[in-house]
Ligand binder design. Structure first.
Ligand code: S3P
Length: 749
């Protein structure tokens, strides 16, 4: 029995439950509540004696009666009537209920359409009475009748309630508790939204399944057709065995929403037909790859969001045991910055781009999906391989809904530059952490170029970008050392008249410039100035993504701080604009050796061997800050393990990353017993010894990973609260941490 099954005083939650219509839906609820002891008595109203006998024999209810008048006088407050008859029969059942049952009794239903039931209630009662709670359990099977009753049918299924302004709070909570008691997750929705969503996700597929089977059975003139039907046919048409009367009712009751969805589907099918006719392989591949991705992640589609794959279904913590060392040879996943850019530029290129070593983390996948949403055919990713069918600079199509890009600052900032140059309007939004990040830094230069960009309050996401603007090249002095802003302006420059020139106050990562060159687009980079002229063309190419030095950093620091460590990281990107971490660690006395240096696809890479060494505190040179911008959470852990004081200045940008990284790290280190004092633009850390405790990540992947490696030098366990977002940049972190010797356990929250 669940906790919800009883009221506070230990009485059953429901007095008498009367189920009108003991089929699959009604019978399963009665049986589930009865088995869990949630009601004082369960009563079924069954017209046919045979069905009543079966219900008693199967233990579905305690008592059966032939009609409502046999129980109505017994019912009062705390009792529930569940109407589970076919949709079009609900109105006449409700008339009986109104005539015979007091207004204290809670009345609810399980019909698949809510608009028509609402209308039926209003026509019977002349209003929506407080006692009536409309609901719909999203569970079922192609089986029907009382013999199909299953007391566990609703376990881990959703039930949608559609409360109205007049719905009584106590009645609503009683119905909610009833469904929770049989293991369901209860969601609230408006009547209209319910009917629209269900029309598309349930009623439309049933219409199609019935129609397909009927086509095969009736219209294709081969009597043996079903003999050859295999698994695909079985999977696709299972629901055509559902109860015809029930589905006849649903189609009529939800006519408008079903017709809307059906029209869209018929249009899509017609386009598919013509693509097959023309042998348009690209179109077919586009539909099939988009559909496969959507099917693989259909929960997001149901949530009405563009798809961003959640790699973990729920939130997770890390629990780390103190001590240990790291050893072995590993390759961390592909570089996040390069992966994002490979999708963006590959999509805008003419012809095919093949990518290897692509980071299959949530952020880069969000970029990939956004371009799919704009009509680009992208195959994969499969083991880091992606094939992009570029559409050219002018080939993107208007997305049908706002582009949802999760946690990814790089996606929104770079993509806004691309979207500013399109003929269509667009909107980009993301998760709670992204919603706090400043976007004026990209909106301002884009506006200078002639773009129309609207941000939410305080210059935060979502961003709305108006299409059809004429952009002109600008000469832009970056106010902060940000590669995202530089890249945004350069990407908008691809669409601008004339030359776009960006001057940076300090060197920042130059992957955009390098990759544009790789795509055959002329870019000049002289000192602090990057420059390109609009109106050119990108040509599809091959890209090999190096392992991400930002992910490698956690292991470089881990090996440096943990006595006995000897770890080699292979194929790490060592682009000179990213090697701040190597320079800083070396200055702190770390034992790092680079070997096998080579260039792959325009980016230098090397193998890096790291052995434990006693680190010492330093004043971090300010010129290294932009070159190590993402590496500071891990470097602060190195500083906590170093002898003496480490001082960081000139790093105010750290306050506007996925979290305020200065504050988040200072708080976490203090919890572990380290003297860490934040300053407006940096931090002062005294090396010392770490105890243990619980640290808060503020949804920030790098804060989570930094404290995971800190455990190597802690004296007590560390619990990292909410490490879910590690999947955004480093989906294999846990696996590699364990492989190298870190004692890490993942705990579901
Ligand atoms: C990135 C640039 C940096 C970095 C981010 C990725 C990029 O951001 O922190 O993780 O790919 O251009 P800023 O440009 O805001 O410094």
């Amino acid at each position: 029995m669940t906790e919800d099954a009883h009221s506070d005083k230990g009485r059953p939650l429901i007095g008498k439950l009367v189920v009108i219509g003991l089929g699959l839906i009604g019978g399963s609820l009665a049986a589930g509540l009865r088995r869990r002891g949630v009601c004082r008595e369960t009563i079924g109203i069954v017209r046919r004696a045979e069905a009543g006998r079966k219900a008693l024999e199967l233990g579905v209810v305690d008592r059966v009666v032939a009609s409502l008048d046999a129980v109505a006088p017994e019912l009062g407050q705390g009792d529930v009537i569940f109407v589970a008859v076919p949709t079009l029969a609900v109105e006449s059942v409700l008339s009986d209920v109104r005539r015979q049952v007091s207004s204290d009794v809670t009345v609810t239903d399980g019909a698949s359409v809510k608009g028509s039931i609402k209308a039926a209630v209003e026509s019977v009662y002349g209003e929506m009475p407080p006692q009536v709670v409309l609901g719909h359990p999203i569970a079922g099977s192609e089986r029907s009748g009382v013999t199909a009753s299953n007391p566990d049918l609703y376990e881990q299924h959703r039930v949608i309630l559609t409360p109205l302004p007049d719905t009584g709070a106590a009645h609503l909570e009683r119905v909610r508790g009833m469904w929770q008691a049989v293991g369901a997750e209860v969601l609230d929705m408006s009547v209209e939204e319910h009917d629209q969503v269900l029309g598309a996700t349930s009623h439309l597929p049933h219409a199609i399944a019935y129609s397909l089977v009927d086509t095969l059975a009736e219209d294709i003139g081969n009597p043996n057709i079903f003999r050859y039907a295999a698994g695909g046919f079985r999977d696709f048409t299972r629901i055509a065995s559902s109860d015809p009367v029930m589905w006849h009712d649903i189609m009529k009751a939800n006519r408008t929403a079903v017709l809307d969805s059906l029209d869209l589907f018929i249009d899509n099918l017609t386009r598919l037909r013509s693509a097959i006719d023309r042998e348009d392989g690209e179109y077919l591949l586009g539909v099939f790859t988009r559909a496969k991705t959507a099917r693989d992640h259909f929960t997001n589609i149901l949530a009405k969001r563009a798809f961003v794959p959640a790699m973990t279904t729920g939130k997770i913590d890390y629990l780390l045991q103190p001590g240990g060392s790291v050893t072995g040879t590993i390759r961390v996943p592909g570089d996040k910055s390069v992966s994002h850019r490979s999708i963006m530029l590959g999509s805008l290129a003419e012809g095919i781009t093949e990518v290897e070593g692509f980071l299959e983390g949530e952020d880069a996948l969000a970029t990939l999906q956004a371009f799919r949403d704009m009509g680009v055919v992208i195959e994969g990713p499969s083991e880091g391989r992606v094939k992009i069918h570029g559409v050219g600079l002018r080939g993107l199509k208007a997305p049908k809904k706002p582009l949802y890009i999760g946690n990814s600052g790089t996606t929104i900032r770079l993509m806004s530059g691309i979207l500013a140059g399109q003929a269509f309007d667009s909107e980009i939004s993301g998760d709670v952490s992204l919603a706090k990040r400043p976007m004026d830094r990209v909106a301002n230069p884009l506006r200078e170029m002639g773009a129309v960009v609207e941000a939410a309050e305080g210059g935060r996401p979502p961003l709305k970008i108006k299409g059809g603007q004429v952009l002109k090249g600008i000469d832009y002095q970056l106010p902060m050392a940000s590669a995202q802003v530089k890249s945004c302006v350069l990407l908008a420059g691809l669409y601008a008249e004339g030359t776009t020139r960006v001057t940076e106050p300090a060197p920042t990562r130059d992957h955009t410039e390098r990759m544009l060159t790789g795509f055959g687009y002329p870019v000049t980079k002289e000192g602090a100035v990057s420059e390109l002229t609009g109106g050119g063309e990108l040509k599809g190419t091959k890209i090999e993504v190096p392992a991400d030095i930002s992910s490698a950093t956690f292991f470089m620091v881990a090996a440096s701080i943990a006595p006995g460590s000897d770890l080699t990281l292979t194929h790490v990107g060592i682009n000179p604009t990213r090697v701040g971490v190597i320079n800083i660690l070396k200055a702190m006395g770390a034992d790092l050796t680079l070997s096998n240096e080579r260039t792959v696809g325009g980016e230098p890479v090397a193998d890096i061997r790291v052995r434990h060494a006693q680190l010492k505190g330093i004043h971090i040179p300010e010129d290294q800050v932009p070159l190590a911008i993402d590496e500071f959470p891990a470097l602060f852990v190195a500083a906590a393990c170093a002898e003496g004081e480490t001082v960081l200045t000139g790093a105010e940008e750290l306050r506007v990353k996925e979290s305020d990284r200065i504050q988040a790290m200072a708080d976490g280190l203090s919890t572990l017993g380290i003297d860490a004092k934040p300053t407006p633009d940096g931090i002062v850390i005294q090396g010392g010894s770490m105890g243990g405790g619980e640290v808060v990540t503020h949804h920030d992947h790098r804060i989570a990973m930094a404290f995971a490696i800190a455990a190597l030098r802690a004296s007590q366990p560390i619990r990292v609260l909410d490490a879910t977002n590690v999947a955004t940049s480093f989906p294999t972190f846990v696996e590699l941490a364990k492989q190298t010797g870190i004692s890490l356990e993942v705990i579901d929250r």
